[in-house]
Write a protein that binds this ligand. Structure first.
Ligand SMILES: Nc1nc2c(ncn2[C@@H]2O[C@H](COP(=O)(O)OP(=O)(O)OP(=O)(O)O)[C@@H](O)[C@H]2O)c(=O)[nH]1
Ligand SMILES: [Mg+2]
Length: 596
């Protein structure tokens, strides 16, 4: 039985129709006017994930609450794997912020034909569709500036199925290319991440690092007038450049890694005659933001945690330079005709994850006034507007009480009920609160049910990580200048204080009560710092070179440590060993003596 859910958002009815029409129109394949530009494969399935444009701001206080809980993003697919029932308060124990504020319509439609008819947006059928919509009770005016999306039982939208936009690939000559079907899956996978690239790259990056190869040693002999049998004089190759990771205090995101992914240190110069050794390769210093966690790609183990500006870690040591023939001179062999290749520098794909280093994190539902609070207590100027998800990326501000006492406060994107399952944006950035010592939970007092809003956000924090929920926090009941918030404040405060939660009332806009909130947060921070005094973490700079030590240890393993395996299918024997591989790679097989 196919079921359809209609959820409300910001777009108007005429906009909806325009959107549906544009999706159903199949463009005729065109030649790419710019052959160099290769359009990316877009999959329309997840187009509706993009943030909706802000609605015109409303001065009415009731609409503030309503907007604060409007879902602006497509819920995750799993959520549609069950059949929807009309929302009913007695059926669900879960706290549903959305139920109170967001207009939600759910109905069952057994006939797939009727469904197809309703969603048919061809020009010819527009009239018919309007009639049908009217019969279902959907009048233009009733939508009141909100978008309506139609979802099937599996979470896919009929718009997407009916009018999937076709995107074409062109080769460098501008010819149309037919891509194999696997590319569709790939496109889908990429889209399923569901977060715009700029937001994904804010605190996550994947980079490639490679230390420089060592320079080759050479075979050379001294030839000079009046110096017969001058002897071997081939110099060693230079060492390859190292790869360092350094914390740059001026950086506060990993966005620069969007433009630059590959970091290769320079290779060492080759040795020369007259015992001249090669120059060392140039080092590469990869700058990261304070609070960056480094892992090897595909491995969950944390390699490094870089917290403080100026910290520098040697990640990959450069390859050793190959020895020239002068280095092989001995009593037995006075004329060695052998030299080594430079050692190859190690390489690695790294996953960087930024967890902002803030002392206090401001959390709360969208539109609660978090950014307003940050703008009032610090010099930060975050964007403030009367619609949910104004803040898309975390903002940092420094609150200074006097020269000695300062603290860094982070304003995070709003949290929605279900954030841990992919609703809204907040869960993407909740990891930034993991490093905070205390939290300020801002509650929108003008909302219809501030208690439910509070409970839902607390639940989200718990679902994301139990440690996060255990962090000390205070509650800031905001928008006291509005009558409805003022009226509800005594009961809200009483309820929370009954639970032992410190609650402050404030009006961020009027700057009333904000000082008390931030002083209480500072006090909480000091208490937490005192109790954590024993913990030093990764502060010891000696710790930071352990990755390079590990790589070095692996490289210097003995040549006699190897494993022999046989592949029966092709009657091949394999000899595997790190020391052996390095030996083979560094041997210069061009010199015949090397093979003896
Ligand atoms: N009346 C009144 N309005 C407030 C107060 N604090 C914030 N607002 C308004 O509430 C709206 C949302 O404020 P923001 O600071 O952007 O809210 P936010 O929690 O950062 O919202 P997101 O970033 O979308 O999660 C803005 O229009 C503010 O002017 C207040 O104390 N009183
Ligand atoms: Mg904000």
């Amino acid at each position: 039985m196919a079921s359809i859910t209609i959820s409300a958002s910001f777009f108007s009815r005429p906009q909806l129709q325009a959107q549906a029409r544009s999706r159903t129109q199949k463009p005729s394949p065109k030649r790419n006017p710019n052959p160099k530009f290769k359009p990316k494969k877009l999959n329309n399935k997840f187009k509706s994930l993009s943030l909706s444009s802000p609605p015109p701001s409303s001065s009415s206080s009731s609409s503030l609450g309503a907007q604060a809980t409007t879902y602006t993003r497509l819920p995750p697919k799993e959520d549609f794997n069950f059949e929807f029932e009309a929302p009913s308060s007695d059926e669900s124990d879960e706290i549903k912020l959305s139920d109170s504020d967001v207009a939600k319509f759910a109905f069952h439609n057994d006939s797939s034909e009727a469904e197809a008819e309703m969603l048919d947006t061809d020009d010819d059928d527009n009239e018919q569709q309007e009639e049908e919509n009217e019969s279902l009770g959907f009048q233009d005016e009733t939508f009141d500036g909100k978008i309506v999306d139609f979802y099937n039982g599996d979470g896919s939208s009929d718009f997407e199925e009916e009018g999937e936009e076709e995107v074409y690939y062109y080769d460098s000559d501008g010819k149309l290319i037919n891509l194999p079907e696997e590319f569709d899956d790939l496109g889908l996978e990429l889209k399923e991440k569901g977060v715009p690239a700029v937001m994904r790259c804010f605190d996550r990056a994947k980079i490639y690092v490679k230390a420089g190869d060592g320079g080759n040693g050479v075979v050379a002999f001294r030839r000079e007038k009046y110096v017969p049998l001058g002897g071997p004089s081939g110099g060693d190759g230079g060492r390859g450049g190292n790869v360092y990771l350094e914390v740059d205090g001026a950086m506060n995101s990993l966005l620069p890694f969007r433009n630059c992914v590959h970091y290769r240190a320079g290779r060492g110069a080759h040795g020369q005659g007259r015992m001249m050794c090669g120059r060392k390769g140039e080092d590469v210093v990869v700058k990261v933001a304070p609070g960056t966690v480094v892992r090897e790609a595909g491995n969950d183990e944390v390699l490094l945690e870089l917290l403080y500006p100026g910290q520098r870690a040697l990640l990959l040591p450069g390859g050793r330079g190959g020895r020239g023939n002068a280095s092989f001179k001995s009593g037995n062999n006075k004329v060695p005709k052998i030299a080594e290749n430079g050692e190859e520098g190690p390489e690695m794909w790294l996953e960087l994850e930024l967890k902002l280093v803030a002392d206090v994190g401001i959390v709360g539902a969208p539109n609660a006034g978090k950014s307003t609070l940050l703008s009032v207590i610090s010099a930060a100027q975050p964007e403030i507007a009367n619609y949910p998800f104004t803040t898309l990326l975390p903002n940092l501000g420094v609150v200074s009480f006097d020269y000695d006492s300062t603290m860094v406060v982070a304003d995070l994107p709003g949290l929605l009920e279900g954030a841990h399952r992919g609703f809204g944006l907040g869960h993407e950035f909740l990891r930034h609160t993991e490093r905070c010592s205390a939290l300020v939970h801002v509650v929108d007092g003008s909302g219809q049910q501030p208690e439910l809003e509070f409970d839902a956000v607390r639940l989200e924090l718990e679902m994301f990580s139990p440690e996060l929920a255990e962090k000390p926090f205070i509650v800031a009941y905001n928008k006291m200048d509005l009558p409805e918030a003022y009226e509800n404040s005594p009961s809200f405060k009483e309820k929370l204080e009954g639970l032992g939660i410190k609650t402050f009332c404030m009006s961020a806009v009027k700057r009333e009560g904000t000082h008390e909130v931030i002083s209480a947060a500072y006090k909480l921070l000091q208490e937490t710092k005192k109790s954590n005094e024993g913990f030093k973490g990764f502060e010891d700079p000696k710790d930071l070179n352990h990755v390079a030590d590990m790589v070095q240890k692996q490289r210097s393993s003995s040549i006699s440590e190897f494993e022999i395996t046989r592949d029966g299918s092709c009657s091949t024997w394999y000899v595997n060993g790190a020391g052996l591989q390095r030996f083979v790679q560094m041997t210069n097989w061009r010199y015949v003596y090397n093979s003896y």
